[in-house]
Ligand binder design. Structure first.
Ligand SMILES: [Zn+2]
Length: 309
């Protein structure tokens, strides 16, 4: 705006004075900003200087450095864009918190009354010491069970053990057993009082391990994810009489977790994955994961690996 006015002010006294081009430009610029029409070039500078001395530091820098004004506008634009992005991010965070606060609380566990007993393992302070010892022992044993399926542990989830109804509501969506939140910042396993045992803890740890090895992507059908988790969850037993032909009907979350079918679906998934894993073993599972990470298709890899054994 200011520069446009400069270009049009051909009758500016600045241009009539015997001053250098740079001085003339500066003079014109100051004239427009200071409103010094009707006075000569050198006078305008003097008038301007007086006005400048009364302006803010910000305005002074503009008067003294016309090119800086453009740079400053660019900087302001940049700051505005950054502020807008931060605002959108904040709104998304607030929105997700309003809709689903429990994962956000789990992520903020460091700022809660939960006590970190072992690295990344938090226990509600109200849990009695003897029960806490039992839980931590179950956790150690559960990690051993993961080694029945994988050669080592790569996942490093944050685990929260909660017992009170208040903590269950805060962290676990009132699920008294266990659930895992997969977030950009890591996996958060929340175990309730019905899950204080090796089966449940190992089950959730295995989900986290598989997800970590799959680079945090949904690359397997739900029946395989749950079936593999039940390999280390001894609440399930293989039932060879089950019909496993329609296992792929249980690939989606809606189909698998359909309330009237979910119990049977876990049994079907368990029986199918235990059958497959019994044939292909740890090496077959690793082959499957590597194939998926290289862009392979689950169904093709799953069948091909079994056929080669
Ligand atoms: Zn599960």
């Amino acid at each position: 705006m200011v520069l446009a006015q400069l270009n049009n002010s051909r009758s500016s006294p600045c241009l009539r004075e015997e001053i250098s081009e740079a001085e003339a430009f500066l003079c014109e610029y100051r004239l427009v900003l200071c409103g010094g029409d009707g006075i000569s070039g050198r006078e305008c500078i003097l008038v301007c200087e007086k006005k400048i001395s009364r302006t803010s530091r910000l305005n002074r820098s503009i008067f003294n450095n016309p090119k800086g004004a453009t740079g400053m506008m660019k900087k302001r634009k940049k700051k505005f864009i950054i502020a807008a992005i931060l605002f959108i991010f904040l709104m998304l965070l607030v929105g997700s918190y309003m809709l689903n606060p429990q994962p956000v609380h789990a992520m903020m566990v460091d700022f809660s009354s939960m006590e970190e007993r072992v690295e990344h393992v938090y226990v509600e302070p109200d849990i009695p010491v003897n029960m806490e010892d039992m839980i931590l022992n179950d956790l150690t044993q559960s990690k051993e069970r993961i080694l029945e399926v994988f050669d080592g542990l790569q996942a490093n989830p944050t685990i929260l053990f909660v017992q009170s109804s208040k903590a269950l509501e805060k962290y676990a969506q009132n699920n008294r057993t266990a659930q895992t939140y997969y977030t950009y910042w890591g996996h958060y396993i929340v175990v309730g009082p019905d899950g204080f045992n090796e089966d449940v803890i190992a089950h959730e740890l295995l989900h986290s391990e598989l997800r970590t090895r799959l680079m945090n992507k949904d690359k397997v059908p739900v029946w395989f994810d749950e079936g593999l988790a039940t390999v280390v969850d001894h609440r399930y037993l293989r039932d060879e009489s089950l019909n496993l032909d329609h296992i792929n009907d249980l690939s989606s979350r809606d189909a698998f977790y359909e309330p009237s079918q979910v119990k049977e679906n876990y049994e079907i998934a368990h029986s199918e994955v235990v059958r497959w894993f019994g044939i292909v073993g740890k090496s077959g599972l690793m082959e499957l994961i590597e194939g998926l990470n290289q862009g392979g298709t689950f169904n093709e890899l799953y069948k091909a690996i079994e056929s080669r054994r």
